[in-house]
Design a protein around this ligand. Sequence first.
Ligand SMILES: NC(=O)c1ccc[n+]([C@@H]2O[C@H](COP(=O)([O-])OP(=O)(O)OC[C@H]3O[C@@H](n4cnc5c(N)ncnc54)[C@H](O)[C@@H]3O)[C@@H](O)[C@H]2O)c1
Length: 328
Amino acid sequence: MSATVKVAVAGAGAWGRNHLRVLHGLGALAGAVEVCEASRERVRKDYPGLPVWGSLAEALRHGASVDGIVIATPAPTHADLASQALRAGRGVLVEKPMTLEAGEAQRLVDHADAAGRTLMVGHLLLYQPAVTELKRVIDSGILGRVHRIHQERTNLGRVRSTESALWSLAPHDVAVLIHLMGEAPLQVSAAGAAFLQPGIHDDVHLELAFSGGRSAHVHVTWYWPGRRRGLRVLGERGMLVYDEADQSLTLHRKRLQGGSLEAVDEGSVRVFEGPGEPLRLEDEHFLHCLATGSTPMSDGRSGLDVIRVLERADAQLLAALPPTLKEA
Ligand SMILES: NC(=O)c1ccc[n+]([C@@H]2O[C@H](COP(=O)([O-])OP(=O)(O)OC[C@H]3O[C@@H](n4cnc5c(N)ncnc54)[C@H](O)[C@@H]3O)[C@@H](O)[C@H]2O)c1
């Protein structure tokens, strides 16, 4: 990994601190940007001597050696901060969700193209070795035709007040679906419930249609008794289960026989298991793209595809709210 490329992290909150740790470990951390004084103090204590700025504008003015910015601030700030960094000639890794509107995501893609700079989105799951293997197994044809994919991301918390469970949790799943299906969905429909905060959905179901009659279902919620994260691929000749808890892939040689639709069960086998270090792989990929100018796997265009899906789904969720909540 090129240690000559240096990046700063904007946002030293719960997630930004992970980027700080990983990038410091990679010898690529040039500084931190944080608006909160207490958080700035903590970064100074954790990384003595590291430049810590109070605004991105300051970092872009003074951080001459900063090649890229990791944006790990709250979602509503992403579009503005990413745009500032691109305009200042820096590459950007913006956390998910890339933006809260497709128009903003499109503008970032256009800025990055015009400036010839890297624009990457933090779709962490795409950097999980188990997901790389999942894609390889699907593409190998072992499952035959993929009929349907089911995904779930449930837990108790963390509830956000600036974005719904759809915007907070589903970007990962939608990004993985688009990656596995090899295209953006043709149709999106959404249903859900907002019961903790007015107009902010806590529990969301998405139904997505892809070409060739393929489809997918996504369930995300932050109000659930237990943490369940993973997906099931239902194929013509078998099924594949990805469990995020232990990063395992299990191939079930189960199907309904063509014609008679008789159930066939030829057993199950674990085909992959391994602790992933997706954030390190993601940050290394960002540094590599900055150093070489190559296009990130989760580039701005793929981020835009995800935002388009979320935007369409959100419009349906909001339209279905009772009139009193719509006005809230
Ligand atoms: N990829 C993942 O798996 C993953 C996981 C968790 C969070 N995230 C994403 O990371 C982002 C941050 O989430 P979090 O949980 O760390 O939030 P957080 O609220 O804990 O931290 C955000 C930090 O950004 C700072 N901040 C706000 N505006 C700023 C600005 N203009 N400039 C600099 N700093 C600013 C805040 O003071 C805070 O310290 C969100 O977009 C979230 O969706 C991604």
